[in-house]
Write a protein that binds this ligand. Structure first.
Ligand SMILES: [Zn+2]
Length: 115
């Protein structure tokens, strides 16, 4: 038997989760995952492994990865902008290039109105 995947924290309150046997008729026929703190509990799964997979899958994981990637693309712009604010040094063409790259990463315009 493979080692069970560790259960992630509750997506709603962040507390520890645990396996709960599903025993509709005195016999364990499935496993659910429940939160130790709030009333969250999953539907029953055939095995603990399936319950862990279901519990641990988070729709927003891919979204966080995507946002993190976009953020890393605009970090140079933020750094340049902060440098400009602090030192007053002109940013020149670098800023234009970074603005274009950042707009592509964000999928929106970040140019000041009237520029
Ligand atoms: Zn919870």
């Amino acid at each position: 038997m493979n080692a069970l995947e560790e259960l992630r924290e509750c997506p709603f309150c962040g507390k520890k989760a645990y396996y709960s046997a599903w025993e509709p008729g005195q016999v364990t026929t499935g496993w659910r995952v429940a939160c130790s703190e709030c009333p969250v509990i999953t539907m029953p799964w055939r095995s603990k492994e399936a319950a862990a997979d279901g519990w641990n899958a988070r729709a927003y994981d891919a979204e966080i990865e995507e946002l993190s990637s976009r953020l890393s693309e605009i970090e140079p712009l933020l750094s340049l902008a902060i440098g400009h604010i602090v030192t007053g040094e002109p940013v020149g063409d670098d800023l234009d290039r970074l603005v274009v790259r950042s707009e592509l990463a964000l999928g929106m315009s970040i140019k000041p109105k009237g520029a």
